[in-house]
Write a protein that binds this ligand. Structure first.
Ligand code: EPU
Length: 419
């Protein structure tokens, strides 16, 4: 078993480069199934979820060639299977994008019900509603999802809730459908725009991504023959921004889209941190104890749920009493038990948590309960006094590229060891 050993506290200082967005890459890779050709994807984060996505694509007949550690050439001319490697699809959430892509490409697909972080109930009813509106039949049996269609015909689809996954999945299924599809009450996250840009680069006709109404005019085929670069990871950038604040450090965060970080910047400024945006980089620093805040997680452009645990670390060290209301996931406060082992004073109940700010955290052995919880525990270990051991690294490795090396390069005393 691997663990991270962190000795703190260390004020983080220096420059860090942001990788391509995980949640974009894990949708773009299955989206390549819509292409009858070859394409190259650059700025791909080298993480477990991407490696799994590649294995699944190969299982369906795609040919994958890693050009370097962040670039992949994908040949999807010969897609032979319509049953995805079931065990692999159960290992992560984004395998649900195979349904939209393969419905578009082959009108048929079977995948395992998607797994991923345990954040409470994660239904896919809005995905299914969209596929059915386009003319597909969807059946869930024996833990698998099977979707088939004779024809896919464009439709007007109103999403009952704002869902990132359902918006992307229905967009994927409608790219090669006959006629026009309109997705109303669509999610607006940066990676939705990224996936639409990718598909348009390959020949699709998608308009309005990034607004709450997306219009997809079906095209006959996607030819590929192009390269595309994945957008920088908003959540990785936000994780380092909050690490700078929690550790009272001073970081230059490079290769990011500062517009995507405004929702985080606003809260950092409110609690007394500093942010200076400059082109595709920003400087974040903090030289005093942050002050309390009230946070509610919301779909983009609201405060992202995927930065809630990292912000929780900052607020556990802030002056005064803070409140976080988690409005996206039922069960995203599991990390607070681990932070309390480090001396935090957090009371979590249901979808709310109260943070009585403490002046210091102390090192302890802690367990990541999910991906972002794991990132938050690393940040806590860097800010805490003494030795912290972080376990269950498989969650963290699913979504962060070289995380300990990136933190080491900005001064953290962090090593990975095999126990
Ligand atoms: N929901 C439904 N029905 C659906 C779909 C969603 O009720 O058919 C509910 C969910 O239960 C949740 C809310 O709608 O309460 C929003 O879920 P959404 O569909 O937006 O989430 P997702 O697509 O499953 C993606 C990210 C998550 C991120 C959320 C919210 C991927 C692979 N995952 O999940 O990322 O938290 O959007 O921004 O893109 C992470 O990276 O750590 C992570 C969990």
């Amino acid at each position: 078993m691997e663990k991270l050993i962190i000795n703190g506290p260390t004020p983080l200082k220096g420059e860090v480069n942001i990788s391509g967005a995980k949640n974009s890459a894990v949708a773009i890779l299955p989206a390549t199934l819509l292409i009858d050709g070859v394409c190259t994807i650059n700025n791909v984060p080298n993480i477990m979820d991407v490696k799994l996505s590649c294995q699944i694509l190969e299982g369906l007949g795609a040919k994958i060639k890693w050009i370097d550690k962040n670039s992949i050439e994908i040949d999807t001319r010969n897609i032979t299977n319509t049953i995805a490697p079931i065990d692999l699809t159960r290992k992560f959430r984004a395998s649900y994008y195979l349904i939209g892509s393969m419905l578009g490409r082959k009108k048929e697909i079977e995948v395992g019900l998607p797994g991923g972080c345990n954040l409470g109930a994660r239904p896919i009813d809005q995905h299914i509603k969209g596929f059915e509106a386009l003319g597909a039949e969807v059946e869930i049996t024996g833990g698998n999802v099977r979707a088939t269609a004779k024809h896919l015909i464009g439709s007007n689809i109103y999403m009952d809730i704002v869902s990132v996954g359902a918006t992307i999945n229905v967009m994927l299924a409608s790219v090669l459908a006959e006629g026009t599809t309109i997705i109303d009450n669509a999610a607006k996250e940066p990676h939705i725009v990224d996936i639409a840009n990718f598909l348009n680069t390959m020949g699709a006709d998608i308009r309005g991504a990034g607004t709450d109404m997306i219009k997809i005019n079906g095209v006959k085929s996607l030819k590929g023959g192009q390269s595309y670069s994945v957008v920088p990871d908003q959540i990785e950038a936000g994780t380092f921004m909050l690490a700078a604040i929690a550790s009272k450090g001073d970081l230059i965060i490079k290769n990011c889209i500062t517009k995507h970080l405004e929702c985080i910047t606003a809260k950092i400024l409110e609690i007394g941190g500093n942010v200076d945006m400059n082109g595709d980089k920003l400087r974040v620093w903090c030289d005093k104890r942050p002050s309390k805040a009230i946070i509610k997680t919301l779909p983009y452009p609201g405060f992202p749920t995927d930065l809630q645990p990292q912000m929780g670390v900052v607020l556990s060290l802030a002056e005064g009493t803070s409140i976080i209301n988690e409005s996206i996931w039922e069960s995203r406060f599991q990390y607070t038990n681990e932070l309390n082992k480090m001396g935090a004073q957090i009371t979590a109940q249901g979808k709310s948590a109260i943070f009585e700010g403490v002046t210091k955290l102390s090192g302890a052995s802690v367990y990541s309960t999910d991906l972002r919880a794991g990132a938050a525990l690393i940040v806590a270990g860097i800010a805490a006094e003494g030795r912290t051991e972080v376990y269950n690294l498989e969650h963290i490795d699913r979504g962060y590229e070289n995380i300990e090396e990136k933190f080491r390069n900005i001064g953290a005393d962090i090593v990975r060891v095999v126990e």
